[in-house]
Write a protein that binds this ligand. Sequence first.
Ligand code: ZN
Length: 389
Amino acid sequence: MTDRRIGALKIALAAAAAAIAALGAVPLYRHRHDRVPIVPGPGVTSVLRLSDYVPSLKGSMADTDVFVLAGAKPGGKALIMANTHANEPAGLLTAFLLVENAVVEEGTLYVIPTFNASAGRNTKPGDGYPLYFSIPTSWGAKRFRLGNRDASPLEQWPDPDVYIHYPERQMLSYLDVRNTNRTWPGRPDGPLMERVTYAAMELLRREKIDVAIDMHGAETMFPVTNCIVAPTKSSKIATLVSMTVKAMEGFDNHVEPSPGNFRGLSHREIGDFADTMPFLLEAPIPFLDQPTGPKTEKLLLDGRDPFLLGLARAHKLFVPYDAAGWPMDKRVGQHCSVSLEILRQFTKKYPEKAIRLSAVPRYAELVANGTGRYLHDPAQADPKALRYE
Ligand SMILES: [Zn+2]
């Protein structure tokens, strides 16, 4: 081949590689800039931003909405967070459902639907994650982004070799510097994700929040699943909640103690650095288990997998599992009922700090009616009131 021909071949190959890269980048760019409308319901009285507590977050992809639902009567205060891990979306759906439906009779509720907002715009291409999932409603399918466990490196980069937790100096995996369930309590001038958790700590301290609930999902093969994780200060209420949902609503949700020597987690640091009772909820999410079939939208939503079924027969799972899988409506129902029951038990124990909600469905209603029944049509809402997550 002549030099000229080799040159032309090189140019053609480089152009083909650039075209393939561009084609691959377009869906990722669209996913990163996608906006999911949320219809603030009758309970929403104002919308704050995390940057109101740490101004340096302003204008970054890490800033996010904080919905405030102030009741007619004063009382206690609660914060409910979702998408700390944006690949565990039962919490996200529960947060949407609270913002769009909840009415606060007494006390104040704060809801952060996309706590790690950057992770909600990230994905895990190596695991073949779908970029989106849809929930059927009477007015059509509502599409949500599926995110990743960690914030995008486009927001925070490079990663250190080892993440040294602040302030305990415990050595954690390098990836945990972008994991907002390892960067609590954070600091105002730390890496971006430490500033996100610090902003939430400031919200808890300045607004004097009594109860914080962080909603997650965990693998069926992981022992800390289908449970409420609580430190000593929250454990009595967590135990009452676990017993009540089992007796009254028929589902299991055991209590796991928050380990004192494992740092950076919300259920540990919130209780240690604020006058708040933290609870972390784990609903089973078969999609995250390693030995499953393809990571499809269907698996994300119905939790049915033949390999997990085989493992259940061999007693390798930590939750009951059969051919019905573990559908999303069941997981959202658990998050709703457990959150409502935490607030009810807290109100019983501290009546002067009552937090009473209405118009939020519980487990049986979600299983019977589906999550989509409680999502409102943005096309029918006042466009000025809509927010985008
Ligand atoms: Zn999680």
